[in-house]
Design a protein around this ligand. Sequence first.
Ligand code: AMP
Length: 282
Amino acid sequence: MTHRPVLTHTRAELADALSRLPGTKALVMTMGALHSGHLQLVREARELADHVIVTIFVNPTQFAPGEDFDAYPRTLDADMDALETVGADLVWAPAPQDVYPTPVTVSIDPGPIARVLEGKTRPTHFAGVALVCSKVVNLVRPDVALYGQKDAQQLAVLRTVFTQLDIPVRVHAVPIVRAEDGVALSSRNQYLSEAERAEAPRLYRELQRVAAELKNGNLDYVGLETETVRRLTEAGWMVDYVEIRHAESLAVARTGDKALVVLAAARLGTTRLIDNLEVSLA
Ligand code: AMP
């Protein structure tokens, strides 16, 4: 039996609603515009704790000037309907002043892991993610927090930050949920034109091609990366990166590594898509 989740906005409302939830808590943090990927996080969360808390917050500190903070879709009513179907207990949808009641002078530098891959194109992004995730975990105090493998680097950054700052929460990773044609579900997919959406599956197909090459024993990582950038560019993509890295540490892959991940970010028109695929050579 599912029920309408309790909707809260202010910190006081959140604290009051939390005090009415005895037992263990699982946290799912989102920016809203929910799709089946987000809902899968909630489903897995239900298996891990007595209560599921979902946050919906488009966090300004993780967007740089010129990124899509203003345009980012905000669909709270539809999100509440969707969350009712998967049985979330409590939703916190704060305004920026609820999360940042005073001007923020503290920042969290997650270190070298925040400066590669996404961090090269978005140099302030992971400091913003680390800040908001640490604050929300401190406010909700969940036993476990769930994050999608879709944002593999975010997962690695948060594991690093929570571990090194002794923030007492378990991190649980959820595999990527894809559309039938392979495209990783993302709130940003709705920016794509019809023609771009038809082109979008190429990104995952390229990751699969690299994975097959690796499994066939082609360990020329740089050659594979360069070739993939060339193929995507030829098909009209503006590629930020295609990189083969160690699946857990995200360190540059070395010969002999068995757990690899191929990560890519590229733009179709003005929409930036990211995707990744883990490859086990064991
Ligand atoms: P977002 O709303 O984009 O910040 O995403 C919120 C959470 O949902 C993050 O932990 C994402 O990694 C996760 N997520 C988003 N899309 C997917 C997907 N297609 N599959 C699995 N997890 C996802």
